[in-house]
Design a protein around this ligand. Sequence first.
Ligand code: SAM
Ligand code: SF4
Length: 344
Amino acid sequence: MASSARPADGRLTDRYGRVATDLRVSLTDRCNLRCSYCMPPEGLPWLPSPDILTDDEVTRLIGVAVRQLGVTEVRFTGGEPLLRPGLTRIVAAAAALRPRPVLSLTTNGIGLDRLAPGLQAAGLDRVNVSLDTLDPQRFAQLAHRRRLPDVLAGLAGAAAAGLTPVKINAVLLRGVNDDEAPALLRYALSHGYELRFIEQMPLDAQQSWDRDRMVTATEILDRLRAEFTLLPDPAERGAAPAETWLVAGAERPDGSPARVGVIGTVTRPFCGDCDRTRLTADGQVRDCLFARKESDLRGALRSGADDDELAQRWRRAMAGKLAGHGIDDPTFLQPARPMSAIGG
Ligand code: SAM
Ligand code: SF4
C-alpha cells in the first residue's frame, strides 16, 4: 500500500494524544551475556519455541504496523537479536515495506563484526551497541562472560559496514563501573561513536534494583563535566529519550559536532513525549516498557485474523496507555516480565 493510503486517523493514538510511530520488536528473549542489571548469571527460563513468532509472523506484524498504523521506525532488539537465525531475512522484509521504515538494531555486539555487512546489505540503517566498561575484568564481572573483545570488534564492524551513526548504550552501576563515564566518552569520541548513558531501571529479573543506589543522570553529567565541557545541544529533542549535549572541541567523523546523551528514564521521565509501541518475541503488544498488561496478537494471527483485525487490536492495545511509568509512585510494581523478555 502506498504512503498516501496510510490512514492518518488509523494511527496508534492514546487518550493523551500521543501517537506511537516507533516500534520495538523483540526477536528473542535469549542472550549470550548475563548483564547483572538485566538477568541472573544462570539465565532465565526461555520462552518455549512454539510461542515465538516465526519469521513470517513477525514480518507480517511489522507490515501491519507500517502500512496500517503509521509506524515509521522499527528497532530490532531482545534478548540478543543477533541470536535470531532469521534476523537478516526479517530486516530485508522490513526494508521492502513501503513507506520504508527506518531500521535499527540494539545489540550487545557479539558477532556483529561478522554479521554487519549482510545486515547493512539487507537494509539495516544503524545500530546501538551496549558497552558498559572498557575493562575486561569488569566486563566479566558485569556480564558474567569474557566477551569484551567481541563487543569492541562488533562496534568496529558496524562502523566499517556503514551502520552509522554507531551509538553506544552504557549503564553505570555504583561500585562497579560508575567511575568509567569519562573513559567511555573518550573511547566513543576517538572512534566516532555516539555515547548515551541509560539510568538503571527496575526491569531486572532478579528485582534487585534499588532507587537509592542507582547512578542518576545528574551524577553521570557531573562525572562527565569533571573532564569535558558540555554545551547545550541546539538540536530539537522531539520524542528522543536521550537528552543530549555537545562535547566542546570534539567532532564526529563527518565533521559535525560530537554529542553525548543521557537517558534519565527514572529521574527525568519523558513519558509525555513517548512515541513507542512494543512487540514481544511471543507476539504480545506492550504500550510501555513498564506496562503490567499486554495484548495478545499471536493468538489472533494464528486463528486467521486478517490485517485489518490485527491493526484494530493493536490500536486498542495502545489506546489505554498510562500517562507515565509511575516508578516514583509508592504503588509502583515492576512488570512481570524482565527487560530481556520485553525487548529493551
Ligand atoms: N541484548 C541487547 C543489548 O544488550 O543491547 C538488546 C537487549 S537489551 C535488553 C537493550 C538495552 O537495555 C541495552 O542497552 C541494555 O544495556 C539495556 N538494559 C537492560 N536492562 C536494563 C536496566 N535494568 N536498566 C537500564 N537499561 C537496561
Ligand atoms: Fe543480554 Fe542485553 Fe540483557 Fe545484557 S542487557 S543480558 S546483552 S539482553
